[in-house]
Design a protein around this ligand. Sequence first.
Ligand code: SF4
Ligand code: SF4
Length: 363
Amino acid sequence: MTAPEPPLALLAELTHRCPLQCPYCSNPLELVQRSGELTTDDWRRVIDQAADMGVLQIHFSGGEPTARPDLPDLVRHAADAGLYSNLITSGVLLNRDRLATLDAAGLDHVQLSIQDSETETAERIGGYKGGHRRKLEVAGLVRAAGLPLTVNAVVHRQNLDRLEAMIDLAVALDAARLEVAHVQYYGWALKNRAAFMPTLEQIERATETVDAARARLAGVLVIDYVVPDYYARRPKACMGGWGRRFLNVSPAGKVLPCHAAESLPELDFDSVLDRPLDEIWRQSAAFERFRGTAWMPEPCRSCDQREVDWGGCRCQALALTGDAGNTDPACALSPLHGQVFELARTESASAPPAFVYRRYGNA
Ligand code: SF4
Ligand code: SF4
């Protein structure tokens, strides 16, 4: 196989610690404890190795990355290495001083998550009292610091009917971009799928709302939105293809093609504590397993879309078919597509069960 191009971006999951308890969190059920996290020096080395291999962007994520006191050091190290840095945060641990420190360290962009437009539901979903108000304040501080802001709204059956209000909120917060992200059913979200699965009617209304808002807000707000997998006709090109554009380093140092890949039990993921990042990217068995098209079964193998969507998502194929090597059943050409659609219809038609909150104790 020819050597892969260097990745565009590194998702640095600094920690799984987070004051929120979102039941749709895509973190694995087995969360890494603080004692198992990479050290500051480990992360500095990872950043240097990423820059050396041609990575252009670093996304500081988690868990909640601001739970790490060394975040400003790492932002500065990334800036010195020439990387564009993005902070993906719930915002609740930030204040004016901490933002000023991150700004001075060279942070380029902030991506702030919201759970809803309404305080009560937002805080019930996030499992954190006072969190919504705090987020609104932090959005103001981000813009006052002159940092560009993206709002990330995770949507599902329990808040999708307020999508228009979430779009208005993003405008009021002076965000340049809104990501309307349907829950993806990995990790904690898979455990809570029935509580979050929207109806087809909700999806259709949401699509109309986004189309209208895009026309109304052209030049004001960019809105990213795609129809969720269970109701889609074609799968997403998950991470731009396995091992093609992105790599993810977990809090413990495992190098993954995407943040959910640890759910694939057949794969052993190498650690930055044992091998250089570049060597793992180019040679590790886990990256090679689903890279390119040679691994594909039919109908992907002979499909003209195989280098467009790369067969969809391996984690979803495992979760829904029991085999990560199958075509993603989000694809209408998969023999299992009809079952997935029916599953979504059935789950969304029943009353939503109580949340299983993401907590260290009940993993
Ligand atoms: S989804 Fe919620 S619980 Fe998970 S890391 Fe983000 S803010 Fe924390
Ligand atoms: S058959 Fe495979 S390659 Fe073709 S559209 Fe479906 S998932 Fe994509």
